[in-house]
Design a protein around this ligand. Structure first.
Ligand SMILES: [Zn+2]
Length: 105
């Protein structure tokens, strides 16, 4: 890969970060989902694999952008394997996440 392409990808990654950051703090759900969709589009165009923390934010089933505590219900399981149960409030799909990626929860 040449330098220019690397640079373009780098900028795209920063752009994605900014968009996701904004989407997470956006009070308007509609705007948030637009920003999230843009982030995903950029990733697809540049063939960038979204980092794990960002991939978390898209529902596995309906692909909607889900904000923990707002458009998703997050529950911490009490079992030994600490897992999060994330329920997408848009389609009702629940999936489990092992608690390794975010230690300060
Ligand atoms: Zn969903």
């Amino acid at each position: 890969m040449n330098k220019k392409k690397q640079r373009v990808k780098q900028i795209a990654r920063e752009h994605i970060d900014v968009l996701v950051e904004h989407a997470l703090h956006e009070k308007d759900d509609h705007l948030a989902s637009i920003q999230a969709r843009q982030a995903k589009m950029i990733a697809m165009h540049q063939r960038i694999r979204l980092p794990y923390e960002i991939r978390q934010l898209y529902c596995k089933r309906c692909k909607a952008f889900i904000i923990p505590g707002r458009s998703a219900r997050v529950r911490v399981g009490r079992a030994k394997t600490r897992a999060l149960r994330i329920t997408c409030l848009k389609c009702g799909y629940t999936y489990r996440k092992l608690l390794v990626w975010n230690k300060d929860l």
